[in-house]
Structure formats: structure tokens, C-alpha cells
Write a protein that binds this ligand. Sequence first.
Ligand SMILES: [Zn+2]
Ligand SMILES: [Zn+2]
Length: 387
Amino acid sequence: MPHTTALIYSDSYQKYDFGPWHPMKPVRLAFTYDLIRAYGLLDDVILVEPGPATDDELALVHEPAYIEKVKELSVQGAGEAAAAGWGLGTGDNPVFAGMHSAAAAAAGGALTAGRKIMAGEFMHAFHMGGGLHHALRAKASGFCIYNDPAIAIADLKLRHGARVLYLDIDAHHGDGVQYAFEEDPQVLTISIHESGAFLFPGTGFAAEIGSGGGRGYAVNVPLAPYSGDDIYLEVFAELVAPLARAFQPDIILTQNGCDAHWSDPLSHLSLTMSGFQELFRLEHQLAHDYAGGRWLALGGGGYQAYTTVPRAWTVLVAVMSGRQLDDQIPAEWRQKCARLGQHPAPAWLVSEKAPPLALQEQGNARAAARDSVDLVKKTVFPILGIS
Ligand SMILES: [Zn+2]
Ligand SMILES: [Zn+2]
């Protein structure tokens, strides 16, 4: 089978839980898994239950003192006062019991997937519990405790000497991954996100292109609010494809946060489900064209836990495994969603009625995207030898 696909999944993902008032709800992953199953997609994938990353593996990216601190605070009853300097015990990243093992499980999933792809056990993998791209070397940030994409990339370099293309389509800048490989020309990071002028973490401007020997190997494409499908597709055609062609990666990691969807409460972007479907197809194509098919897809943000996240990531698994899905969502899943989701359950997987955009908003978004694309072409393309 040319497109063997693995689904990296564990019920233990439910333990990555900042509490009932936190926007990142682990139930989104259980509901995604349920929708994948309801569509019969589990027949098309190899199911892999990963183990947690070890301390040494986490230390590929994180400071040992930080790992120790996370462990210490994971014990129920640990005081939060000492945690703020480490980014923990904050509104975004409250301390919770068992957080070390929950975060180590997310990192373990990315490590396992990357290694098995390089070993040829399967060609594509989706690890929905991963994509925690904001975690920094010694600090939790933006709901992310350990940076599983960066840990997997460091491991792929160490074990396989791999050249890695990291592509991040989450609504938020993939700052932690960029910083981890800021000076490294063996890792090309590309982040397409809502501009830091409007959104957390306030970084990721087009002028940030890496530093030292890694200058030109970090690409940022900040977008204005209301940027939608056509803008993303243009960015892919004009930047992502030529960059991948020039870089010639051994493997592509994608971070597929779906918080750029128009319905997401945390961003102001306007991707539709059919836009996501097209982006996933392009990622798939990219992997086959430039990386021998090796594609590790990670999850990421996504805060419509019942309606948007399960649909987007089910579409991703369908694209990966080459399956066409009926647009009508299986009744079994809809009933469960209506019962537990406190939302009307969506009827269609891809079809939806996105709110119309004002001409002014569209014009602003187009102009901002143009500026970002032009700046990247001017600064990064010459370094990578793209004419
Ligand atoms: Zn394929
Ligand atoms: Zn995000």
C-alpha cells in the first residue's frame, strides 16, 4: 500500500486537562476519534498507542530544571506560587495533577510517529494529541507544556540526520518550534497565522526569518483578520510549494490546528472546512512531491470542541488515507454530539454556511497577505536559491 497511514491515539489524551473552564477541552480529541470511527476510517489506518517521552527525550528541547519543575507541580497539592516564572499556574496554563505525564504522552506520540515513519512502518501519521507548538525551552506557554513538534524534530535530526520541513497552519504563530531551530538550517519552519498585531503570542512577523546559520530557514506569514480560503491557497502556491521544492526535506511535519476556522472563538480568521480540506490535500501532495511521502501531521489549536475540531481532523485522516467520505455525518455520531455537546450537531462534514465577509475586510486581508508574501520572497527566497 503506497499510502499506509497511522492514527496515533490514546485514551490518556483525556488527561491533558486544564479544567472545565479552560478553552482547550480534551473531549475534542475523543469526539474526533469517535467521528473517525463512525465513518469507518479506523479500517484504513494502523492504530498506534504511544508511550510517554522519557526525561532524556524531553530534554532534547527542554531544560532539565523545567522538566523537574513540571513534575514537582504535577503532584496534587503542589503550590502554584512558585510556578509563574515557568509559565505555569497562570490563566492559560493552570497547574493540574498529572500534567507531566499527560504532556509527556503528547510528546511520546510525536516521537513514536516520527520514528516509525522513518523506519518505513507507515508513510503518513496523524497525532491529534500533539502540535503543542508554543512551549518554550524552560517555560509553558499558550496551553502547551512540552513542545512535541520540536522534540520530534530534534529526535529526527539526532537519529536520522533528517532535514525537516515544519509547516504550521494553526491560527497562532508557531513560536516555540521556530525558536528551537532559529539558528538551524537543517530545519525549515513555516508558520502561517493571524498576525501577532492581533493575536497571541504577539510574534511571527514576516521580518523574522531565523538568525545566524539559520537565517532564511524560518518563514512567517502573518495574516490579517478575516483571511480565508483563497488567501491561504495563494500562500501555499506562492510560498510553501517553492520553499519545499528548494529545501528538499526528508520528512514533513505539519501542525494542523484548526482554530483558523471562521467559527473558532479564539481567532479572527475565516477558513472554511472546504478550505481546510484543500490545505490538507496540498500538505499530502507536498509530502509525496518533496519528502518521499513521509508526512507526520499533528493536531494543535481548535476550540469548537464538538462542531469544528472533529470535522476538520476527520477530513485530514480521510485525505491522508485516500478515502472519500460521505458529506452526511453518520447519525450515530450526531446523536452523541447533540446529547453531550450542548450544540446542535453538525449535519455535514464539509459543507457549511460561513458568514459572508464585507468587501472592506476582504480587501484589507488581501493587502496584508500580499505584504507578507512579498517580504518573504524578497528576504528568504534568495537565501534558498529560489529565483
Ligand atoms: Zn499519500
Ligand atoms: Zn492556535
